[in-house]
Ligand binder design. Sequence first.
Ligand code: AGP
Length: 608
Amino acid sequence: MCGIVGAVAARQVSGILLEGLRRLEYRGYDSAGMAVIDQGQIGRVRRVGKVQSLAEALAKHPLTGTLGIAHTRWATHGVPNEVNAHPHMSGERLAVVHNGIIENFESLRDELIGAGYTFSSETDTEVVAHLLDREVSAGKSLREAMRAVIQYLEGAFALGVVHADYPDQLVTARKGSPLVIGVGIGEHFIASDQLALLPVTDRFMFLEDGDIACLTPDSVEVEDGSGQSVDRAVTRFEHGAGSAEKGAFKHFMLKEIYEQPAVMASVMEGRISDGHLLEQAFGVEAKALFDRVRQVQIVACGTSYHAGMIAKYWIEELVGIPCMVEVASEFRYRPVVLPEGTLFLTLSQSGETADTLAALREIRSRVIGTLAICNVPGSSLVRESDLALMTNAGPEIGVASTKAFTSQLVALMLTTLALGRRFGLSDTREREILAAFAQLPALLERLLALDPEIEQMAAQFAEKHNALFLGRGTLFPVALEGALKLKEISYIHAEAYPAGELKHGPLALVDKDMPVVTVAPTNAMLEKLKANMQEVRARGGELFVFAGQDQSLRDEPGINLIRLPSIPIILEPIAYTLPLQLLSYHVAVLKGTDVDQPRNLAKSVTVE
Ligand code: AGP
């Protein structure tokens, strides 16, 4: 994920920009660069590799000046090298940094070449630099040029621009990629994440899609998408949000559960434009690789494996190609048969899980390509895979994985859509699915409001020694995940079954002391599931049901019911996970276990 920092001040800015880049290193990147305006000239330094390499280069060739932009690049168009690193320039007087993907860059590039511009990089960003230059050369101000240029751009972007003729103006714009303005006294800043600017300010203004802003040391002027001047509120940074601190929460796990609405937005940010997926987000080689995929093999462990199980339902339904899923510790040690055209997809929060890594290393030479869906940029899994899609969930500290799981599911749906396009999934269906996913942040907020009810339900589990979890279809892996959460942190023995399997064995366990947690959304499997619930009731089992809107399911003796709001079927696995996370959390708190660091478990399992 690329990172942007910019500053316009009365003091030297290169140190501020460099520190900002350091603070964005967690996002993962392959090169870094900076451009600063000094005495009517742009000085630029770029380096492949770490921000430290850029820092060493700057120590030898310092950039002085009070206006500048800087960037960490995660390659999407063109390999990671110095020429493709940002900032990109048009001529000697204009420099641009960009996050996101310009989808129509090829046609824009042809047009600009026709107009006499020469390109030095393979990036989509360089078209923005030349387009801006064309507008400025035609007599527009830098800000007017930005207004004109963003009308040409299709895709997602956050932009920061400086021009040697405007030595006290930093012009910025965003659509689909995050960008925040840092408000100082006699100085202003931009960044793709407020964390980058915390050493210089704690006051921030968040731009909305389509906004343009012009920053000087003393002013910030914002225009909305229609060119109207608008005020955007200035808010103070909430310490602890999104960081490795608990803030007001009693446990990291609870904080991470509550972060999920924001995380859902952050996985999608910069990857969707005008209702469709920007598949370049998967990396430079994505298109060529996806074109050759004929089936998918998913390998992962624990919670990540459960996410993979849900993806199997999605891929086989929406793409219509085979998808196999296996736990890494088994996969790596057996003679697997993989047909031609297999995409090997690993899922991991940490990116360092020994079994998953070993499976990747073992299989790499026998598949057409490897894709890692991961939360830690720069992790071994990301480095060693052909493609990587970051889940952008922020640090997950609680050993019990929560936000990492739901963010993996969003990333898996993006993968499903990228593949689906190649196998007849219509543009309309893709837009419908993405429109449903866009509702996730608001939907998860509503589900969090069920917390007090779930806490009450948890009281009935504290004295139990066993629990069964039931679900059908995509809700079966959700039941597995619910059972895993409960056993991990409350030490209650819990197992999950596809509900149809109940009478093939586990029904023998059911009696009045066996709580049976059932995820029962209103979908095509509900009637079947209800029959399974009857089987439980008939044996005196106590049901704890997370239900949809079907009114025939009611709270009554033997059935403890929590009703969820109406949820699009495609979102059910994500939505129904959240109450199960809260249930385990509250049971564990009641039992007084170490919620964030349960016994015998480690956050990152780097040994087999
Ligand atoms: C989840 O709550 C667990 N702590 C565990 O199952 C975890 O998901 C598993 O170890 C895989 O980890 P990874 O996602 O970092 O590869």
